[in-house]
Ligand binder design. Structure first.
Ligand code: PGA
Length: 256
């Protein structure tokens, strides 16, 4: 079986100032100073806190990510941030198409595709977020929703460009609700996503691509989720805001 480095990512959403982020980063690095047993960690603070943590994280097992980007490199786009700006701020990753952006800010699959293209062009590793709502799941539409989000989000991108892509399966009904998808539901969705990548893009990519699960991940449920063969990591919201809790999720292999 293909070896995929597990990735545990923290999506801070609109929480923490620069000084709070720097304090968090120092504490997290101390908690992880014994090593991460081959697990890669990443935190995605708000834009205004990126520079406060970039130097602290440089050379550590914790990578830096951003939560969004604009597809253009520069221009008259008041309030927006471009991929080259994120690279210059020390980011390696960027989240694209998070369900909150789709639902609250009108982000479309077409916009997601442009952002993924821009991120890859600038040398960032995009984390494409996809997932169904409760209504869609109840209507038996989970697979068709995932399929559409994948197809439309990646349309026209050649496999060679997608080697650094990460996918996050985040059922909308599990985000911030305390209702985690069961490990069986998660495995089923991840296996489906992998099969769609094999069919629509490339078999080799389907084997190497990392698929993270997101939605009410906690220290208590991470080990079980990670035991599923197609789960390669997690995108953690609420439980990533405290360095103690987040470090326990990163160190999920350790018996506590
Ligand atoms: P949650 O958020 O862990 O708070 O459910 C996950 C996410 O939105 O990425």
């Amino acid at each position: 079986m293909e070896q995929r480095t597990p990735l545990i990512a923290g999506n801070w959403k609109m929480f923490k100032t620069g000084p709070e982020a720097a304090d968090y980063a120092r504490r997290l690095l101390a908690l992880l100073s014994g090593g991460t047993a081959g697990v890669e960690a990443m935190i995605a603070p708000p834009f205004t806190a990126l520079s406060a943590v970039a130097d602290l994280l440089a050379g550590s097992p914790v990578a830096l990510g951003a939560q969004n980007l604009h597809p253009e490199k520069q221009g008259a786009f008041t309030g927006e941030i471009s991929a080259p700006m994120l690279v210059a701020a020390g980011c390696r990753y960027v989240l694209v198409g998070h369900s909150e952006r789709r639902q609250l800010f009108g982000e479309t699959d077409e916009g997601v595709r442009l952002k993924i293209t821009a991120a890859l062009e600038a040398g960032l590793d995009p984390v494409l977020c996809i997932g169904e709502t409760a209504t869609e799941r109840e209507a038996g539409r989970t697979f068709s929703v995932l399929d559409n989000q994948l197809k439309n989000g990646l349309e026209g991108l050649i496999p060679d460009r997608l080697r650094k892509l990460v996918i996050a399966y985040e059922p909308v009904w599990a985000i911030g609700t305390g209702k985690t998808a069961s490990s069986a539901q998660t495995q089923e969705a991840h296996a489906y996503i992998r099969s769609q990548i094999a069919e629509g893009v490339e078999i080799a990519l389907s084997k190497s691509i990392r698929i993270l699960y997101g939605g009410s991940v906690k220290a208590e449920n991470i080990a079980e989720l990670m035991s599923m063969p197609d789960v390669d990591g997690a995108l953690v919201g609420g439980a990533s805001l405290d360095p103690d809790t987040f470090s326990r999720i990163v160190l999920y292999q350790r018996p506590w």
